[in-house]
Design a protein around this ligand. Structure first.
Ligand SMILES: Nc1ncnc2c1ncn2[C@@H]1O[C@H](COP(=O)(O)OP(=O)(O)OP(=O)(O)O)[C@@H](O)[C@H]1O
Ligand SMILES: [Mg+2]
Length: 428
């Protein structure tokens, strides 16, 4: 940067003659020149206008040039303004003292035009280069920070991609399994009705035979005794009924698996949220069952009257899966407390044009410090290899960005945790 006409110079001197000469020299070459007549006034002035350079007289009434310089150099906002002392040619001591106090140079009196301009120009050029360098360093730091941020975002996107890829392959697997099971189970379920009918008919026939041939030949009697006909007759309908219950259960599971995978539904659509929650609970069913050292986790559902909600069902299932999964983890941690029945409470309701889904557990709960960080990517309190710390970060993004909703958490150590998912019924 060159010395420009914008460069401003402050003259601090109490001698009218000096002021006049300096002002004329500097003004003539185009600098913005201002003048004050004492050290006090100089210090006052620099609080609101910062000159690019100060010409400072040593001998002044009130605080002298040295003290003024000392003040300027000890203030953060003025310490970088170059100061040039003005002193008589013979006063070597003054020159040394001034330089020691932080002045960059001195001008000897009586004032010489060439000397003033030469020294002023050198120091303004230095000052301008210094400012330019500082700005460059600042710009570079800024660029570095931006790069760091971009890198972080990239990392986050990558993990999200991995997560959603995982979810999508889980979805594909689930959909595939569901499809494979669907046909044979329908086979069984469909034929059970006929099998039931035929068995009833055959039993009726046996009954009629028994009525009319109450005294059959001994071979028949032996078979009747061998197969325990009375027991068989009583047990067979029960057996068929329980097979029906079993087959129905498998059909429900297959249906849940299909609802959960929802691979075909990358588009926004109006869905039954309760169906989504139920399918997720179903998928996590094996984790709810009682274990050697823990009772079965009860899932209590209090469903309100919800309209169909416009959403990306696959993504919302991922949110339910993460939150319910975390609740189960928290109940695992607190399993030693035998006074508590491990419970997950799911409530839904409509409030205005939004639906609220609350998922609460009576597990370990969390401290204020943990709670503050749960939505941060990669934050986890779980052992390495178990938690990635991405579950809630992704859930937060799905709820707030993809569905324009909000995700809240209330929790205290030992008091359990409640998450509230709030999403608008319509996205438009
Ligand atoms: N219901 C809860 N009760 C207690 N702490 C919880 C609960 N839900 C979340 N947390 C805390 O929040 C942290 C972050 O949860 P998040 O789901 O993001 O990651 P994670 O469960 O640790 O790992 P993963 O990526 O496998 O889900 C957990 O490690 C846990 O400390
Ligand atoms: Mg989790």
């Amino acid at each position: 940067m060159n010395i420009t006409q914008q460069n401003s110079i402050l003259i601090v001197d109490d001698t009218p003659n000096n002021i006049r000469i300096l002002f004329n020299i500097l003004h003539e070459v185009g600098f913005q020149v201002s003048v004050v007549k004492s050290g006090e006034l100089a210090l006052e002035k620099v609080t609101f206008i910062k000159p690019d350079l100060i010409l400072l007289d040593v001998m002044m009434p009130g605080i002298d040039g040295f003290e003024t310089c000392h003040h300027l150099k000890s203030e953060e906002s003025t310490k970088d303004i170059p100061v040039i002392f003005m002193t008589a040619l013979a006063e070597v001591e003054n020159k040394v003292k001034g330089l020691k106090l932080g002045a960059v140079d001195y001008i000897t009196k009586p004032i010489q035009v060439e000397e003033v301009l030469a020294r002023v120009n050198v120091h303004l050029a230095l000052r301008n280069t210094q400012i330019q360098l500082i700005n460059e360093i600042h710009d570079r730091r800024q660029a570095e920070i931006e790069l760091q941020q971009t890198l972080q975002e990239l990392q986050q996107t990558q993990t999200q991609l991995v997560q959603s890829e995982k979810m999508s392959s889980l979805g594909q697997l689930v959909a595939g399994v569901a499809h494979e099971i669907n046909n044979p189970v329908n086979f069984i379920y469909g034929n059970l009705t006929y099998a039931d009918e035929y068995i009833q008919d055959l039993l009726k026939l046996v009954q009629v035979y028994q009525q009319h041939y109450s005294n059959p030949v001994s071979e028949v009697q032996t078979v009747i005794a061998g197969i325990e006909l009375d027991f068989l007759t009583a047990d067979l309908p029960k057996l068929i009924a329980s097979m029906k219950v079993g087959a129905e259960r498998i059909r429900e599971i297959v249906l849940s698996l299909r609802v959960f995978s929802r691979l075909d539904e990358a588009e926004m659509k109006a869905v039954d949220i309760h169906e989504c929650i139920d399918s997720t609970v179903m998928i996590l069913g094996h984790r709810l069952k009682s274990q050697r050292d823990r009772e079965e986790i009860q899932v209590i559902r209090e469903y309100g009257n919800l309209p169909l909600v416009e959403c990306y069902p696959g993504q919302l299932n991922q949110v339910f899966m993460n939150i319910i999964g975390n609740a189960i983890d928290a109940l695992e941690i607190s399993k030693d407390n035998t006074e508590i029945y491990p419970t997950i409470h799911i409530r839904t309701k409509t409030e205005g044009d939004r639906v609220i889904i609350c998922i609460a557990d009576n597990g370990s709960g969390m401290t204020k410090e943990v709670k503050q960080k749960i939505f941060d990517p990669f934050f986890t309190t779980k052992p390495v290899g178990i938690g990635t710390g991405m579950g809630l970060a992704i859930s937060y993004q799905i709820v707030t960005e993809k569905h324009r909703g909000s995700l809240h958490c209330v929790s205290q150590p030992g008091q359990g945790t409640e998450f509230a998912i709030v999403i608008p019924v319509k996205q438009g």
